[in-house]
Design a protein. Structure first.
Length: 281
């Protein structure tokens, strides 16, 4: 398959490009040079991208302004890059006969819907109605709407709402991996599966690490998460103590990936336990 990947010099785009290049003919596009970036340009340069789209079987669109850009970029910048450029790219894909479009979205767009309001952690499936809280959330959701419109016009479009994947302190990564974080390799796996999934129209999937909880745990997670974690992972208390860490007392949300597991065949391998197995090895 011939695949165009936008944002191929970024950490996530680069991970996707590296995985896909093992089995597909990848063209990387980014405003910065990178190991797998073969074309350098601005994602807003639609004529340039339209020329590259010709002959492509699929496009993976990761190029975007992100949360760290909120302090330095205007709301208009976010709309230009995240929404308008995405719409123009989708139109170019339609005109070029591209069969599948995979959009790298974010769980952040659930926004204020992630705030507990019923005495329990929020069980976050794709059915949870987004309530954007800033221009980043708004524009990512608007880009998903653009994908929906393109799907109505006949293109197969998939939005992957990936969870938190920043390079952070080890304790933060470990805790987030329980309920709201993901490894870049698992994100790349989900994108590869989305390219091959036998789906038509528009589909959206949460992409996160596998979490050990059940919806019945949500009340206890909000007020006594440490006890629930010890039940699921009896060794966790000692591992945290050995590092001078404390287990979290409260977890406010749980990202659920059941739909991706069923619909895409997603099998994330970088879970909470794997962090400690890796260190032990």
């Amino acid at each position: 398959m011939k695949v165009l990947i936008t944002g191929s010099s970024g950490r996530i785009g680069g991970a996707i490009a590296a995985r896909l290049s093992l089995r597909h003919q990848v063209t990387g596009f980014d405003q910065r040079p990178g190991p797998l970036t073969t074309a350098v340009g601005d994602v807003r340069d639609t004529p340039l991208l339209a020329g590259i789209c010709a002959g492509m079987d699929a496009v993976v669109h990761t190029a975007s302004l992100h949360v760290p850009d909120l302090a330095a970029r205007s709301a208009d910048d976010f709309r230009d890059v995240n929404v308008h450029a995405t719409r123009r790219l989708l139109q170019a894909c339609g005109e070029a006969g591209v069969g599948r479009f995979v959009y790298t979205s974010t769980t952040s767009l659930y926004g204020d819907a992630l705030v507990p309001d019923a005495g329990a952690a929020v069980w976050v499936t794709e059915d949870l109605a987004p309530r954007p809280r800033d221009i980043y959330d708004e524009t990512k959701l608007a880009a998903e709407t653009a994908c929906t419109d393109a799907a109505r016009a006949g293109m197969s479009c998939v939005s992957l709402r990936m969870s938190r994947c920043f390079l952070e302190a080890p304790r933060v990564i470990a805790i987030y991996r329980l309920y709201r974080g993901v490894d870049a390799d698992d994100v790349a796996q989900a994108h590869e599966l989305a390219l091959a999934a036998p789906t038509a129209g528009y589909n959206v999937f949460n992409v996160s690490a596998p979490q050990p909880f059940a919806i019945a745990d949500c009340p206890r997670l909000l007020t006594g998460a440490d006890a629930v974690i010890r039940e699921r992972y009896p060794w966790a208390q000692a591992e945290f103590a050995r590092r001078g860490w404390q287990l979290p007392r409260s977890i406010d949300r749980v990202y659920v990936v059941d739909k991706a597991i069923t619909g895409l065949g997603y099998r994330p391998v970088h879970d909470f336990a794997s962090l400690f197995r890796r260190q032990a090895a």
